[in-house]
Design a protein around this ligand. Structure first.
Ligand code: FRU
Length: 528
């Protein structure tokens, strides 16, 4: 979260202005990634698949293009590819005048058995659990009192399949404070992630004690009254604060008899090596209904869910069938999020990614596969690609490319995307055979000067598969997402190239690269 809540709040509200209907063709506007039509967005919230519809909620400031009057924006999709904007689901209380409560990050569940009692006439209530942030000390309708800047966990419900929401004022906040031993952390207690745990017949919520790098686990039978049952952490990477934690099951190597639990945790600052600012790690372990326990193997190294600079606050969908786990993540970084050169919106989300868990080099590893439009391009082959740049007869600003090649005598091989005619502007996505690293070089990617650390190169470790390397590269008008191997590493970075930087090249450094296959296609806009 931004350090200066009040400053940001003032900025956000003063920026309130009437904005006309957007065309989704403004400079840098992502064509197949989700962006709000206008204004500021950060974390995805409340992802849920319900009645054949995917619901995406997100941290949203309806008052401007910087962090401010945090509310829950809302969009829906039949297929995770096309999104339709919906009215704001939870609007900061008091907006646009004096704000008394903001709606920070959280999650939603479908309460099929109406354990909460919010359902009426047989309709399944959706229940959202979020962090209430109270800018001022106040006495609440529930009779509870909060101090200035308190963060507490509250609920709201919808009985019309997520379209309109009612806050539970009679009882909120339902978790007013952390346990007594952590009473001094009442200003750093946030981001509840709630799910139904079938084996124990309980609701479970994971909440972050952000500064102490702890996850607190609570259980409930009705989503209203919560019992604190255990804590986890600090563990592995503990930079900055821990935010937006969640835990979920995944079958190891597809074996339903060997289900592990994955904790995914945002760190800000404290991302992967070389990343300034935000990052996301995961820890593989087990969960017995009350406690999360890390597997010792998962603690031997820090596991980064993504090695790039623009990947934060990852969240997965509730409501999907077992072992169908799909994440969406904020494609930005608190280090410079408020400075990126986009208007009248700020921030996009990654493409949805299907998660699985596979044993790689003896370690249970999260593998990600992007969910995008079907790829049906014909492969092109080169038995060898010479040293230097080989121009491709494909141009474009939104591209899906699958590149594979063999370990070679060259030092580096890869794709140059979003290149200007004279190549002074370019983004390099490649592989270094010596260091066995995938990299994205955005030092010459276009506009970079809005923040000192932006023009950098980012690296992810990637072994070969019997001497073959595969990269899946998703380029949009202002981003690059790279998936290495089977998706065991990903590297996500924003770029802000000129509109006419549309050329694409293969590059091979200090030698030829052999066994090259490329499948590449332009990606259609999903807007309008
Ligand atoms: C993470 C975060 C959360 C908080 C939200 C506020 O990016 O700081 O911890 O709930 O953003 O917008």
């Amino acid at each position: 979260m931004l350090p200066s809540v009040h400053h940001a709040l003032a900025l956000g509200i003063s920026a309130l202005s009437a904005v006309s209907a957007q065309t989704y063709s403004e400079p840098y506007r992502p064509q197949y990634h989700f962006t709000p039509a206008e204004n500021w967005m950060n974390d995805p919230n409340g992802l849920i698949y319900h009645n054949d519809i995917y619901h995406l909620f997100y941290q949203y400031n309806p008052g401007g293009t910087t962090w401010g009057a945090m509310s829950w924006g809302h969009a829906t999709s039949p297929d995770l590819i096309h999104w339709e904007h919906q009215p704001v689901a939870l609007l900061a209380r008091g907006f646009p005048d004096a704000i008394t409560e903001m709606f920070f990050s959280g999650t939603t569940v479908a309460d099929a058995d109406n354990t909460s009692g919010f359902g009426a006439n047989g309709a399944t209530p959706l229940v959202a659990m979020y962090t209430s942030y109270y800018p001022q000390a106040q006495d609440l309708p529930s009779g509870k009192s909060v101090v200035a800047n308190q963060q507490a966990q509250s609920i709201a419900y919808s009985v019309d399949d997520g379209m309109t929401w009612t806050t539970y004022d009679a009882g909120n906040p339902v978790i007013a404070e952390p346990p007594a031993e952590y009473a001094d952390q009442v200003l750093e207690f946030r981001d509840p992630s709630v799910f139904w745990h079938q084996a124990s017949g309980n609701w479970v919520a994971v909440v972050s004690l952000a500064k102490l790098h702890k996850l607190l686990i609570y259980t409930s039978t009705d989503l209203k009254s919560w019992e604190y049952v255990s804590e986890f952490g600090p563990a592995n990477a503990v930079g900055g604060v821990w935010e937006c934690p969640s835990i979920f099951p995944l079958a190891l190597d597809g074996d339903e008899q060997d289900v592990k639990w994955v904790a995914q945790i945002g760190l800000n600052p404290g991302g992967p090596p070389g990343v300034t600012g935000s990052g996301t790690q995961y820890i593989v372990g087990s969960f017995d209904g009350t406690s999360f326990t890390a597997d010792p193997e998962s603690m031997q190294q820090t596991n980064w869910l993504d090695w790039g600079p623009d990947f934060y606050a990852a969240l997965s969908f509730n409501g999907l069938p077992a072992d169908n786990r799909i994440d969406i993540t904020w494609m930005n970084n608190w280090q410079y999020a408020a400075a990126i050169p986009t208007d009248p919106w700020r921030s996009s989300l990654t493409v949805p990614r299907k998660l699985s868990l596979a044993t790689i080099n003896g370690t249970a590893t999260v593998v990600q596969q992007p969910i995008v439009q079907n790829h049906n391009s014909q492969p092109r082959h080169w038995s060898s690609v010479p040293t230097g740049n080989t121009k491709l007869n494909m141009t474009g600003k939104a591209i899906d490319a699958i590149l594979s090649f063999s370990e070679s005598t060259s030092t580096e091989f890869g794709l140059i995307v979003r290149a200007s005619a004279d190549l002074t502007e370019q983004t390099r996505v490649g592989y270094n055979f010596d260091t066995k690293q995938l990299f994205v070089d955005r030092t010459q990617s276009g506009e970079t000067g809005f923040e000192g650390s932006f023009a950098s190169v980012y690296y992810a470790p990637l072994g070969s598969n019997d001497g073959n390397i595969t990269l899946r590269v998703l380029v949009d008008w202002s981003s690059v997402e790279v998936f290495g191997g089977a998706g065991e590493v990903s590297l996500t970075a924003q770029i802000f190239p000129s509109d006419d930087s549309v050329d694409t090249y293969l590059f091979s450094t200090d030698g030829t690269t052999t066994g090259v296959e490329l499948r590449a296609q332009q990606v259609q806009s999903v807007w309008n």
